[in-house]
Design a protein around this ligand. Structure first.
Ligand code: AOF
Ligand code: ZN
Length: 357
């Protein structure tokens, strides 16, 4: 199961809205087949592993990191493949939350007389697919907020300068995070100040996320680097009353403009729903502070990753990492659960999940 999990985790970011899954087939103490799901629409982990095992699968044990599917999706059901291959036993790390599966795969295997055990390294498997687990049930993207701040909670200096808050190791990690999310989202102010490309730049080729800009008044210039750099689509989220000429100019430059509500500001709840409808299953939120604050206040952030640089920049006008109206009592603060801390290069790295009331 450890090997199956390791194989699956290497495919993080490349399976679209599908989960990452690994499978190892073992017969009489030897590994006879290995497989991982590598791309949506292509073979599931079990199919690859069973093909490798061939006739050896008969009487063998299959270790799978996710419940074998029971439905006809883009590919046929894996539980039927396991039954046909006559495996004797299937060890499953965790159930598939997909409402089309949700226990039916396990039940089908047992019906066919196969011994099934569930739960081995289950928590690890669940964590590995936390984005899939949310999207497949809610059809809303899993939002990971990533930011780098100083010890005094600032994203940038009072002049707006932010190159760089964190060190090189932290910045390299950000590109791996971009590879692992389907979309990357920023507020228009960040786009105006930094003019970022928002692509994935690693020392090896990687996948670029769809770029998403929250821009109620369509201030994003059609000449921005994001629109010049065509390696991934650009979506601009705006409101009904946005200027028609600006909209036409952005569309001519290649952006897709999506209307999210009729108020003066983009309705972020509508935005998440519409992005989910486009099957954007995960979003890396890269600020700035106002968008971070608004998303947090609305309970739209699932996970926060924060690099904390051991430095102080000061300045009343220097932007803070979460900007919103705020609460009156410390007792009302938004809490984070399952907090973990480590050191990345010279920076502190914290991850946690905001608790929504
Ligand atoms: C498995 N093994 O390796 C994966 C599973 O459209 P499809 O046919 O690819 O089906 C996608 C669904 O199948 C996905 O939402 C999830 O429930 C399950 N993924 N199941 O048995 C695999 N990737
Ligand atoms: Zn399957």
């Amino acid at each position: 199961m450890r090997l199956a999990l390791d194989m699956a985790s290497k495919a993080k970011g490349q399976t679209d809205i599908n989960p990452v899954v690994g499978c190892v087939v073992v017969k009489e103490g030897r590994i006879v087949g290995l497989g991982a799901h590598l791309r949506r629409g292509e073979g599931h982990a079990e199919v690859h592993a069973l093909r490798m095992a061939g006739g050896e699968a008969e009487g063998a044990t299959a270790y799978v990191t996710l419940e074998p599917c029971s439905h006809h999706g883009r590919t046929p059901p894996c539980c039927e493949r396991l039954i046909e291959a006559k495996v004797a036993r299937v060890v499953v790390a965790c159930e598939d939350p997909n409402p089309q599966v949700a226990g039916r795969g396990i039940a089908r295997l047992r019906e066919a007389g196969i011994a099934v055990e569930v739960g081995l390294l289950g928590q690890e498997s669940q964590l590995m697919n936390e984005m899939f687990n949310k999207f497949i049930v809610t059809r809303l993207p899993f939002v990971t907020m990533k930011s780098a701040m100083t010890l005094d909670g600032k994203l940038a200096a009072k002049t707006g300068d932010s190159r760089y808050v964190s060190g090189p190791q932290a910045r390299e990690m950000v590109h791996t995070l971009r590879h692992r999310h389907m979309g990357i989202m920023v507020g228009v102010e960040t786009a105006l100040i930094d003019d970022p490309e928002l692509t994935t730049r690693l020392s090896v080729p990687a996948i670029h996320p769809i770029r998403i800009v929250v821009d109620s008044r369509l201030r994003l210039p059609a000449e921005s680097r994001m629109l010049q750099e065509r390696s991934a689509p650009v979506i601009v989220l705006t409101v009904e009353s946005a200027d028609r000429d600006k909209r036409a100019a952005l569309e001519a430059a290649g952006a897709e403009v999506i209307v999210c509500g009729s108020e003066s500001r983009v309705d972020l709840n509508i935005a998440m729903r519409k992005l989910g409808e486009r099957e954007i299953g995960s979003i890396l939120l890269e600020g700035g502070g106002k968008l971070n604050g608004a998303m947090l206040e609305l309970g739209l952030i699932d996970k926060v990753l924060l690099f904390i640089a051991p430095k102080v920049i000061g300045g009343q006008a220097a932007p803070g990492v979460f900007q919103f109206e705020g609460f009156e009592k410390m007792a009302h603060a938004i809490l984070f659960r399952d907090v973990q801390v480590e050191q990345i290069g010279g920076d502190l790295f914290m991850s946690g999940y905001p608790e929504h009331a």
